[in-house]
Design a protein around this ligand. Structure first.
Ligand code: ADP
Length: 326
């Protein structure tokens, strides 16, 4: 087994001609971390991952893996392995031969390759399917073969580029839990690129939110959700109301708003009511035109339901006000 290693990006920049895809980012990922790079399309996530993998050159700055600057090392010499979005399995090779492929590239003999490949397939519970071709496997099974192929070289860090995007919603949740379990068992860092905040929240010890080639915020999911640093972060992770308040900009979680038909509070009109099972989502517009969303537990909402068009008062505990950076 490879030793888990710390990873550091020091002022790493990626330029493609005139485009700065990654703009001097600094980042430390301790060994054994599940890290998600999260952000909208085009924010520089894949470029960052590809630079770590060595599939893309670094324009400026250093990538440090363990004690070593790896900027100029080829991908196979870095101690990283990459799992791609499309799995990219060879259609004419069995599951075992797919997994053995990176070992063949390293010049390992056939017998050892076969043993190691079978071990890796066992790790992802796919040993009994090792003779099958990719077309004879389900999407989730192909995904596990791809994972075994990435892990067979004993990487210190596993890099995953949108690994769940090809799976249906049900499988996504199941495979997500499996990825987390594998990461915990292996004890190495996984760096997982996603544009889904739900996926990042569910998986990550460390979420890196990127915007326009820069890091907007890095932290544990709960810390980010409870204290979004900027308006961008608050909007991107969702579940927050953002409004101007006495010359500053504030956010308040949607589940912290209360609605009543009278009394004190900010006057508003109910725009829409959406039943979601566990909670009811109530869209509101204040007299000054601020759009808000209150998420009300089902039982509380139906003890005093509101309808679209109704005039209400919205209130919140001042302790729930969170100030955003300008
Ligand atoms: P993300 O993974 O967050 O969607 P990318 O890292 O793929 O973002 O892209 C970041 C920016 O760099 C985008 O503006 C994209 O168009 C640009 N870009 C990515 N790859 C290339 C490339 N090979 N050549 C030129 N521009 C690129």
């Amino acid at each position: 087994m490879a030793r888990p290693a710390d990873l550091e990006l020091a002022s790493v920049t990626k330029r493609y001609g005139d485009t700065t895809a990654v703009d001097s980012i600094n980042l430390k990922i301790k060994a054994g971390t599940y890290c998600c790079l999260l952000g909208p399309s085009g924010c520089g996530k894949s470029s960052t991952l590809r630079m770590i993998a060595g599939h893309e050159s670094v324009s400026d700055g250093d990538i440090v893996l363990g004690p070593e600057v790896v900027n100029t090392l080829p991908p196979a010499k870095r101690g990283t392995a990459m799992m791609f979005q499309s799995y990219a399995l060879f259609p004419h090779l069995s599951a075992r031969d797919n997994v053995a492929f990176p070992l063949r590239m390293k010049g390992m003999n056939k017998v050892d390759r076969s043993i190691r490949a079978t071990e890796a397939l066992k790790m992802v519970d796919m040993e009994r399917y090792q003779a099958r071709l990719p077309s004879q496997l389900s999407g989730g099974q192909q995904q596990r073969v791809a994972l075994a192929r990435a892990l067979v070289t004993d990487p210190q860090i596993l890099l995953l580029d949108e690994p769940l995007s090809a799976l249906d919603p049900f499988l996504k949740v199941r495979v997500r839990a499996e990825l987390k379990r594998f990461q915990r068992e292996l004890g190495i860092s996984f760096i997982h690129v996603t544009h889904s905040q739900e996926e990042a929240m569910a998986l990550a010890d460390l979420v890196i939110i990127m915007n326009n080639g820069r890091i907007e915020q890095a932290g544990a999911p709960r810390d980010i959700f409870n204290s979004p640093a900027t308006e961008f972060v608050a909007r991107f992770i969702g579940g927050h109301n953002i409004m101007p308040d006495e010359g500053r900009k504030i956010s308040i979680r949607s589940d912290r708003l209360q609605i009543s038909s009278g009394g004190h509070g900010t006057p508003a009109v109910v725009r829409d009511v959406e039943y979601q099972g566990i909670a009811v989502h109530v869209s509101l517009a204040t007299e000054t035109g601020v759009e808000m969303m209150a998420i009300v537990p089902e039982r509380i909402f139906y003890s005093h339901p509101f309808e679209a068009g109704e005039a209400v008062k919205v209130h919140w505990d001042p302790a729930d006000i969170h100030e955003l950076a300008a």
